[in-house]
Design a binder for this molecule. Structure first.
Ligand code: ATR
Length: 272
């Protein structure tokens, strides 16, 4: 019987997940169906369990349900626990397992696809919400020299830093970033979703090799535009992360790692 998977979110009409997983299934010859479900703000949990009870094997979770998916699960990975959010569920042995592959997908895109190893690098992460939380453990495991979290709400950044208790993690106000050197600048805020720039100046990019925008599909965001104007050599939107997190989920569900390069190439939209 064909195994069934789905993504659920609200709204869900722009999702690329069915396309991505469909291509993965084709190239790895896996017999599966992958759909998209418009989640209801009132009925999300019932929809997930209903999908499982109808024989579904796993789901991807997108905004605004990642926290609710995490809470609904019976068992949670360490990554999901720090993120307090889940972007992938697996239904197995009568249980709901929660994972979070966003951070590992981002890391894999940076290190493997963009060829920028994090070891020894100075990393600046903008934002301290769910996206930053998801990135933190995979980033630290990759061995950066230090990782600075900047956020408007500093208390939120401090709470996050306190949860990882790692001496390489520092918290910094936006207006105190000047004079520090960063090799990588990651925009994990949601500012780009509404066309805004986090309160940074061009000086954060003075030594940067890579500026990474997590929001995919927004083109040359104010963050990427500033990075380009500041002469950063590599700019990335979230397409590689999107495909890599999907590949992680696919492997978790199916035990087979699909090739990601052709799918990234297919989804990449030039930034200008
Ligand atoms: P996500 O899951 O996308 O991370 P979130 O948990 O709501 O979303 O977090 C949004 C993040 O974007 C927060 O770090 C927020 O900063 P504050 O905590 O200081 O509010 C950040 N953010 C949103 N809009 C921003 C803007 N215009 N400039 C800077 N940071 C912004």
């Amino acid at each position: 019987m064909t195994d069934r998977y789905s993504v659920i979110g609200h709204p869900i009409n722009h999702t690329k997940s069915p396309l991505i997983h469909g291509l993965f299934a084709e190239v790895s010859q896996q017999d599966l169906e992958y759909g998209a479900i418009e989640g209801g703000l009132d009925g999300f949990e019932a929809q997930v369990l209903g999908f499982r009870d109808a024989g579904g094997r796993g789901m991807n979770i997108t905004a605004p349900f990642k926290l609710r998916a995490f809470e609904l699960a019976d068992a949670r990975s360490e990554r999901a626990t720090l993120a307090k959010a889940s972007n992938a569920l697996k239904f197995e042995h009568g249980k709901v397992y929660a994972e979070n592959f966003d951070g590992i997908g981002l890391l894999r895109d940076i290190e493997h696809n963009l060829q920028v190893p994090l070891a020894g690098r100075k990393v600046l992460v903008l934002g301290a919400g769910g996206a930053a939380r998801g990135a933190l453990l995979p980033f630290l495991a990759a061995g950066p020299a230090h990782l600075v979290i900047a956020n408007r709400d500093l208390a939120k950044a401090r709470t996050l830093a306190a949860e990882v208790t790692d001496p390489r993690v520092q918290v910094c106000a936006y207006d105190a970033l000047g004079g520090q050197d960063f090799d990588l600048v990651i925009n994990a805020t949601s500012a780009s979703l509404v066309g805004e720039l986090p309160p940074i100046g061009p000086e954060v990019f003075d030594h940067a090799l890579l500026a990474y925008e997590l929001a995919y599909g927004k083109g040359l965001t104010p963050f990427l535009r500033l990075a380009r104007e500041s002469g950063v050599a590599q700019l990335a939107d979230g397409v590689g992360m999107l495909v890599e997190q999907a590949a992680e989920a696919f492997e978790w569900w199916r035990g087979v790692r699909p090739e990601t390069r052709p799918v990234i190439d297919r989804l990449t939209v030039p930034l200008d």
